[in-house]
Design a protein around this ligand. Structure first.
Ligand code: CA
Length: 220
């Protein structure tokens, strides 16, 4: 799961960033509204945590512009503005949930889990392909009826390659999804995860497209 954190308060941002990375999320962090909007429109995220008072572009404007493109990723707004009208404006602009500062990190984590569960259920039921059954709500995978234990990164990778199958995912795209911009990763780490997926599932499941990336065929 790749989250975008948009928060200009450095101390608060660091606290949230650390807490979410510890939960196993891939977290990228931006500190102004304008670069956040650009990233949200040009890259793939599963969820955004959005502060409202931001330099360069207000959080509400980020949200309105994002929703005007039809993007439906879950957005949780963080706001120091405790006035009822600000919360209403946020929800009207397309936020899925909000938290008022100061908040408890445990509550933030619980709300993110709920949002991700809901969006997984909304976006897709069980994904079934070539004997694989992937349940996005429970984050569980089985192959030919037998449960398969995947690491969080392996799960993310398989989920991406199957959503939907038949499309080549570039190495860059997959590395970003798994590691974001900041997390240092060894250059062969993607190959290692692919290798493990092939071993745990089926050796001919994932095709390597040399010099480009990886693909699970639409029909096998
Ligand atoms: Ca702020």
């Amino acid at each position: 799961m790749r989250l975008l954190l948009i928060e200009d308060d450095v101390a608060l941002g660091e606290g949230i960033h650390q807490a979410l990375v510890r939960e196993g999320y891939t977290v990228d962090w931006l500190k102004d509204g304008s670069s956040a909007l650009h990233a949200l429109l040009s890259e793939t995220f599963d969820l955004a945590v959005l502060d409202l008072g931001l330099p360069r572009l207000d959080g509400l404007d980020v949200l309105r512009r994002l929703r005007s493109t039809g993007a439906d990723l879950p957005v949780l707004i963080l706001t120091a503005r405790d006035a009822t009208e600000d919360r209403i404006a946020g929800l009207d602009a397309g936020a899925d949930d909000y938290l008022i500062k100061p908040f408890d990190l445990a509550e933030l984590k619980a709300r993110l889990r709920a949002l991700l569960r809901r969006s997984a259920g909304r976006a897709q039921a069980l994904i079934e392909h070539s004997g694989i059954s992937l349940n996005p709500t429970a984050q569980q995978v089985s192959y030919r009826g037998e449960a398969v234990v995947l690491t969080p990164k392996e799960y993310q990778l398989l989920h991406e390659l199957l959503s939907p199958p038949g499309r080549v995912r570039t190495r860059d795209h997959l590395m970003q999804l798994l590691y974001g911009w900041n997390e240092a990763a060894e250059s062969n780490t993607l190959e290692v995860h692919i290798h493990h997926l092939r071993k745990k599932l089926s050796t001919d499941l994932i095709r390597t497209i040399r010099g480009v990336g990886y693909l699970i065929e639409e029909r096998r």
